[in-house]
Structures are given as structure tokens and as C-alpha cells.
Design a protein around this ligand. Structure first.
Ligand code: PEP
Ligand code: MG
Length: 535
């Protein structure tokens, strides 16, 4: 028996089952160079493989949005062009060309600091594997064929493998690679399969058929457990499932505090697919739509029309409240199609609203798209990283200009759309009273507010223990923001990670927070915390 501790939980839950090791096929590309005479043949092989992959993905796209996104990537002209250029220009065979271009594209995403964007590299690699399957004639192990209770262990699982899993038989997943925001993690979570990802070296410790207990919430794997430990885990599993069922039943209740105050429970999302997943949790709306993902996943600045379609879909899915934050790029988030000048301190540099105000035409395209979507639901606009009332006024003036233009063009929008701001800079706290007179709502971004108030980089592991949103300075700032907002009669929410931390709920309610916005996975727990208050 060995107990292994793991850092990254992708989907909580407890499992006791035998290991099924998922073997990766041999993906290494053929390395030979081609002659000029073979060029057409290799181009033909690639085009045929691409055609087959597109057909395969088209069939899957209607059932699952992840594959709709894959279909878009597979159809991306830059990807195709890059591969064909390697075959025609560098005399690489089709396998080698696909391998190299996919690795290059994936590396761009993997180099990003943002965890969500990093994981998009895995999606590109998944498409690369589909192409390679066709080129090499590989038959992949079909995980949909599993018919006994197992814990699947793999180096990594790609979305194309994960969607086939049946929660009836797959009791748990353990992967050596991957992160908590990978699509594998998202799918596993939506299927309620306990999942641990990024468990380095685990495949050397697990054998096919080996009995394993895992507690994904606590990050523990026990190999070859003794009878007593097995029983202990089976009991924990039952208790855990009963507790989740109790939390699910609470979804029917509204989040009301003991003083009778109705609290809004909202989600943070990056796209419409996230909203669809969150609807089951009985949410009151979207407190943060991170629009930058739309820019980061594209190969060009998304046009007004492209953005409008996305925001409209989101507004229709979530009619209660959809808070769209304008582009928050820069800092750790980059764009593949736009070169940012190297900065000494990117988090203190050209980011978020600073870029939008400097690139007015691009900003207007986004504001027009959001305004047009506001005709389809309760849409709110939120500006990030504001440090001065002048900035907020400038952003509002541009929004007003867009409204005038749209009205002249006869395009529908909500004329009373609320314009709010993120409270995530020390300056916004110190000037909160002034801001409260200008903004229609506040949303506290504790992720940045903590890093800027404490001068502790939010992504630096070495000082992670100093990054603490319970620090008295952060708590005092939150209290001040809520007080100033309420003094002017505006609603104050929070969309930083603290809102989804149940250890903070009581404190935040005492401070008077009106809206908690978090990732969907935390909604049940925070609702239960608020209702506990009521008892
Ligand atoms: C925050 O700073 O708390 C926030 C929600 O925004 P982001 O994490 O996207 O910077
Ligand atoms: Mg922020």
C-alpha cells in the first residue's frame, strides 16, 4: 500500500476501483524528407486526412461545443497553410509537417501564463492526433468500450477520448499531464467523474488491474489499499455522494441570508459553453464574462459581427444578468496575432482598459457588439483595471458615442445598459466614493486587488504563501468598496477567486456583499454556506 499526494484536482469525488491504463499509440512521425516529385502526393495525403478529420468533427460538433471549437481550429487557414508550406517549401513528408506545425501552434498557447489559454494547446494537439491517425492508419483504443468499473490512468486524455467515457463504468481518472482548466477536466467535471490531473510519474506506480482508492477533493491516491482502508474509502464515497445530493437539492432554494437579504449567485465564464454548463446550478446570472478569451482563441481581432454573435448567444442563454467585461489583455495574457512590446513589469504595464482607450477603433467594435447583444437580454458592461475617474468617464463617453451611432443606424440596443467597473486597483479603493458616483455597479476583483495591494505577484509560486486575500489590508479594502458603493446606492459584487471560497462567505456577507460570482463548481458550496447563515 502506498499513499500518494497530488496537487491538482480537476473534479472532486471519491473512487475505489481497478486501474485501466490507457496506452497511447505511437505518434512519432515518419522523419524522411521527400523529393520534389513526391510533393503532390504528400499534399494530397494531408488534404485527404484534413478532409476526413473535418467530416469527423462536423458530426461531433452538433453534440458537443468543444468539437465545434475543434472544427474551427481544424479549418483554420493559418494551420493548413503552415502545413502545406512545410511540405511544398521544406520538403517534409505530410506526417512530419503536421507534427511540426501542430507543435509550433500549441507551443504559442502553452507559453502563455494564463492557465485557460495554456490548455488550449492540448486542443490543437488533439486535432494533430486526429490528423496523424489518418496519415498513419492508427486505430485508437476506444475508451467507450469499457464495460467494467475502472479508474482510467493515462499520460493525458484528449477531449476526443474523454467524451466517449461512460460515468457508469469510469469511476475515476488520473493523468500525468494536463491542468485543471483543460477540456478533459471540464468534461470530467460535467460527468461528475473524480479526476486528478498533472500527477507526475504516476504511470510508473500503477499497473493494469491494480486496486486503487482516490479522494480527488483532497488529492490522495492509495495504491493496493488494505481491506480496512478500502472500507474507509467506500464509506467516505457514500457520505460524499449524500452530501452532493443534499447540495443539489438546495438549488431549488434562493440564496437568502439570515437577515432576509437575497444574495445573487453568479458564475464567471469564458464562453457560451461555460454558461450552458452552469445553468444546471441554478445561477442568478453571469457576474464576469472574460471577453479576452474570444480574442485569445482567434487568429485575428474578432470583428464586431463575430463578437455580436457570441455575446448574443450568451445573452439568450442567460437572460437574468450577463456582465461582459471589456478586453482585459496584457499582463500575462497575450495575443498570437498582435505583438506587445516587451515590458519590464507587464502587470503594471499596458493592459486592459489602457489598451482599449489607446486603440479606440478596436474598443468601439467591442462596445458596439456588446450593445447590440443587449437587445437580447440583461447585459451589463464592465471596465477592467480602472485607476482614475477620468478613465471611467472616457470609457463611458466612447460607449455613448457607440450608442449614438447605433441609434442612427437603426440598430437595437438597451439604452439604459449599466456601465460598471472592476474594483481591482488600490487607486480604485482609495477613490471608491468618487467612482461610486460614476459607475452603475462595482465588482471586486480580488485576484488583482490582492496582488496590487500586497505587492505580491499572483502567479509567483515562491511567494504564494504571502498572497492572501484574508490579509487585513485586503479585507479593509473590500469593506471600504462595499461601504462606498452602498452609500451611492449601487450594487457591489465580487468576481475574484475569494467569492468562491467558502471560508470567506461569512465575512463577505458581514461586509455586505450583494453578489458572489465564481466558477460553476463552487456555486453549490457557496449557496449552502449562505443558507447555513440563515439557520
Ligand atoms: C480579478 O482580478 O480578480 C479578476 C476577476 O480578473 P482576472 O482574474 O481576469 O484578472
Ligand atoms: Mg483582474
Amino acid at each position: 500500500m502506498e499513499q500518494i499526494y497530488v496537487e491538482k484536482t480537476a473534479s472532486r469525488g471519491i473512487a475505489v476501483a481497478r486501474v485501466y491504463k490507457h496506452q497511447e499509440p505511437e505518434w512519432t512521425p515518419d522523419q524522411h524528407m521527400i523529393t520534389a516529385a513526391q510533393m503532390e502526393e504528400e499534399l494530397g495525403k494531408f488534404r485527404q486526412a484534413r478532409e476526413n478529420v473535418m467530416q469527423e468533427l462536423s458530426a461531433l460538433a452538433s453534440e458537443n461545443e468543444i468539437f465545434a471549437a475543434h472544427l474551427e481550429i481544424a479549418g483554420d487557414f493559418a494551420l493548413q497553410e503552415g502545413i502545406e508550406a512545410k511540405i511544398a517549401g521544406e520538403q517534409k513528408n505530410a506526417q512530419l509537417a503536421v507534427h511540426e506545425v501542430v507543435e509550433e501552434f500549441a507551443a504559442i498557447f502553452e507559453a502563455m501564463d494564463d492557465a485557460y489559454m495554456k490548455e488550449r494547446g492540448a486542443d490543437i494537439k488533439d486535432i494533430g492526433k486526429r490528423l496523424m491517425e489518418k496519415l498513419k492508419g492508427i486505430q485508437r483504443q476506444d475508451l467507450g468500450m469499457l464495460r467494467e468499473a475502472v479508474i482510467v490512468a493515462a499520460k493525458d486524455l484528449y477531449p476526443s477520448d474523454t467524451v466517449k467515457l461512460s460515468p457508469e463504468f469510469v469511476k475515476g481518472i488520473i493523468t500525468e499531464e494536463g491542468g485543471v482548466t483543460s477540456h478533459v477536466s471540464i468534461i470530467a467535471k460535467s460527468m461528475n467523474i473524480p479526476t486528478l490531473v498533472g500527477v507526475k510519474g504516476i504511470l510508473n506506480k500503477l499497473e493494469d488491474g491494480m486496486l486503487v482508492c482516490m479522494d480527488a477533493g483532497k488529492g490522495i491516491i492509495v495504491t493496493e489499499p488494505e481491506e480496512e482502508v478500502q472500507q474507509e474509502y467506500l464509506a467516505k464515497k457514500q457520505a460524499y455522494e449524500e452530501e452532493r445530493a443534499r447540495l443539489r437539492r438546495l438549488r431549488e432554494l434562493q440564496a437568502v441570508t439570515k437577515e432576509g437579504k437575497r444574495i445573487s449567485l453568479c458564475v464567471n465564464v469564458g464562453n457560451a459553453e461555460d454558461i450552458r454548463h452552469a445553468l444546471d446550478m441554478k445561477i442568478d446570472g453571469v457576474g464576469l464574462f472574460r471577453s479576452e478569451f474570444l480574442y485569445m482563441e482567434n487568429s485575428h481581432f474578432p470583428t464586431e459581427e463575430e463578437q455580436f454573435q457570441v455575446y448574443k448567444e450568451a445573452a439568450e442563454l442567460c437572460p437574468q444578468e450577463l456582465t461582459i467585461r471589456t478586453l482585459d489583455i496584457g499582463g500575462d495574457k497575450e495575443l498570437s496575432y498582435f505583438t506587445f512590446e516587451k515590458e519590464e513589469n507587464p502587470f503594471l504595464g499596458w493592459r486592459a482598459i489602457r489598451i482599449s482607450l489607446d486603440m479606440k477603433e478596436m474598443f468601439k467594435e467591442q462596445l458596439r457588439a456588446i450593445l447590440r447583444a443587449s437587445a437580447f437580454g440583461h447585459v451589463r458592461i464592465m471596465f477592467p483595471m480602472i485607476i482614475s475617474p477620468e478613465e471611467l468617464k472616457a470609457a463611458k463617453a466612447i460607449a455613448a458615442e457607440c450608442k449614438t451611432e447605433l441609434a442612427q443606424e437603426g440598430k437595437a440596443f438597451d439604452p439604459d445598459i449599466e456601465l460598471g467597473m472592476m474594483m481591482e486597483t488600490p487607486a480604485s479603493v482609495l477613490l471608491a466614493e468618487e467612482f461610486a458616483k460614476e459607475a452603475d455597479f462595482f465588482s471586486i476583483g480580488t485576484n488583482d486587488l490582492t496582488q496590487y495591494l500586497l505587492a505580491v505577484d499572483r502567479g509567483n509560486k515562491k511567494i504564494a504563501d504571502r498572497y492572501d486575500y484574508f490579509h487585513p489590508a485586503v479585507v479593509k479594502a473590500i469593506g471600504e468598496i462595499i461601504r462606498a458603493g452602498h452609500q451611492e446606492g449601487i450594487k457591489v459584487g465580487m468576481c475574484g477567486e475569494m467569492a468562491g471560497d467558502s471560508r470567506a462567505t461569512e465575512l463577505l456577507l458581514e461586509l455586505g456583499l450583494d453578489e458572489f460570482s465564481m466558477s460553476a463548481g463552487s456555486i453549490d458550496d457557496i449557496r449552502a454556506e449562505i443558507l447555513k447563515e440563515q439557520a
